[in-house]
Design a protein around this ligand. Sequence first.
Ligand code: ADP
Ligand code: MG
Length: 268
Amino acid sequence: MSESTGAKAWGVEIIGLTYSYPGAAASALSDVTLSLAPGEHLAIVGPNGAGKSTLLLHLNGILEPSAGSLRIGELPVTPGNSPEIRGRVGLVFQDPDDQLFMPTLLEDAAFGPLCQGLPRQEAEARARRALESVGLGHIDARRPAHHLSGGEKRRAALATVLSMDPGVLAFDEPSAELDGRGRRVIAEILRARPQTVVVVTHDVEFAAAVCPRIVLLDGGRLIADRSADATLNDTGLLLEHGLELARWLREGAPRATAPESGTSDRKR
Ligand SMILES: Nc1ncnc2c1ncn2[C@@H]1O[C@H](COP(=O)(O)OP(=O)(O)O)[C@@H](O)[C@H]1O
Ligand SMILES: [Mg+2]
């Protein structure tokens, strides 16, 4: 389904995912069950420490569950399936500098396809297409990525993953440290992706701009799974879980109403 090589959009199945970091007293994730249809765009929101990044790191097998399981399409995420899973799930880290480490932008974006075994010419063609698809086609790709602005770097990090044609795109805090325009540009790029998209963020308004469905995670548990509109309009739920809308800076945060017993719903 993607524009360059016809990669698929994969469904994602997460069943009873539990994870504890070695030596940690509490679980970072507890019994999280969640599924995405192929091509669906889902945001996972939650306050700092909710377990959002930990969940993302399970999607392509960087972390192995303490209990529970994941599948990408029909393929279980296991160490044995690791090369195939990493081809299916493109993970964009929160810090673009973790993704951009080659001497030039072109080499950064061609790195993944080269590792997949593609000949250099094709890898570079893919890299250029990926850079174009994130609006960086006009930039001299022989420049190093550290010459880019914050927003451009974030798009370049996305391109290093798109060049591998993943069927699932997982992006950790795509709007972090971006100005208003940078945030809008990246939202528009993500909204238009044909792949399955999982965005992790504490920016609820950004989440709602990119994804029709939002899951709320707090304390490692899945608290709610609803439409973006329903999440944005549930002031009590957002306040209770440490999530604030930018407009509350101006208007003052509403007073939290007593939480209903049903905030832990899993309805869409
Ligand atoms: N490498 C690590 N070692 C130990 N604990 C960690 C590590 N990374 C995260 N944690 C803990 O796991 C929990 C979830 O963290 P994280 O997934 O980073 O949350 P979020 O991305 O929602 O801010 C937090 O309590 C955090 O302190
Ligand atoms: Mg995080």
